[in-house]
Design a protein around this ligand. Structure first.
Ligand SMILES: Cc1cc2nc3c(=O)[nH]c(=O)nc-3n(C[C@H](O)[C@H](O)[C@H](O)COP(=O)(O)O)c2cc1C
Length: 235
């Protein structure tokens, strides 16, 4: 273990470079993340599907589905629409990688909805709701037959993912969260959507090394006022 402080050093990376972290390092991060994550009632409410560097081509395909523009997500699926989303992505990523363009230039050309190129990272961890209904781990009295499996999976995934990101930072590995894959389609076949039910995704964490040249790295961190978040209660 290095002496990097994972909580304070972790920053989200918008764009990763092609350098692949060693698999043993990722395995160690994942091992510790499971070992040290707290768990409600000692029951697992999510599982994590890991897509390593061997899925590079599949990630290049699914990146177009990370755009959440309702013009794409809320309209009928078709080959024409997917071709349009793909062409728009080619323009968007070219401008995004070119530091001469401003965010406004990109919006003027491509619209206000961004793609999420962090999905191109060498390691992509997909946290899914496992629809846990089995309460026979330690606490058999717990009733899991409710409509709240996604809520429980979101809680456990969020806690597990932030811990994973902090442990990764301690190993010098950068990360970025991604909320979900917004656009579902039958016209963009790839191994990720073949193996993951996109409706069951609660969070994605991408791991790799940052493209140091790109001006969007690290991502913008809003300087919250602590008093906007923390509300001390007085008697
Ligand atoms: C639950 C969660 C979901 C996020 N989803 C996305 C996302 O969909 N796309 C994205 O680019 N960044 C996403 N982020 C990353 C935030 O943009 C990033 O955490 C923020 O800019 C602060 O930067 P920092 O992580 O370096 O503190 C998400 C972060 C969290 C915690």
């Amino acid at each position: 273990m290095s002496d990097i402080d994972g909580i304070r050093e972790r920053r989200s990376t918008a764009l990763f470079n092609d350098k692949v972290p060693e698999k043993e390092v990722i395995e160690k991060i994942l091992y510790d993340s499971v070992k040290y994550s707290p768990n409600r009632c000692s029951i697992p409410y999510h599982h994590v599907k890991v897509f390593g560097p061997e899925f590079k081509e599949d990630k290049k395909k699914i990146v177009i589905q990370t755009n959440c523009d309702p013009k794409f997500t809320k309209t009928p699926d078709s080959q024409e629409k997917i071709t349009q989303v793909k062409n728009l992505y080619e323009t968007w990523i070219r401008m995004y990688k070119d530091n001469d363009y401003t965010k406004q230039d990109i919006k003027d050309e491509c619209g206000v909805y961004d793609y999420n190129p962090q999905i191109l990272a060498p390691y992509v961890l997909i946290y899914c709701d496992n629809e846990q209904s089995q309460a026979d781990f330690d606490q058999t009295h717990i009733n899991l037959n409710t409509s709240k499996t996604r809520e429980r999976a979101c809680q456990s995934s969020a806690i597990h993912a932030i811990l994973t990101a902090c442990i990764a930072a301690e190993h010098g590995v950068s990360s970025c969260f991604l909320s979900n894959i917004s656009l579902e389609t039958q016209f963009n076949k790839n191994a990720i959507s073949d193996n993951v039910n996109l409706d069951k995704i609660v969070l994605i964490l991408c791991l790799g090394y940052p493209d140091e040249q790109n001006k969007y790295n690290p991502k913008f961190r809003y300087p919250f006022d602590v008093n906007d978040v923390i509300e001390w209660q007085n008697v």
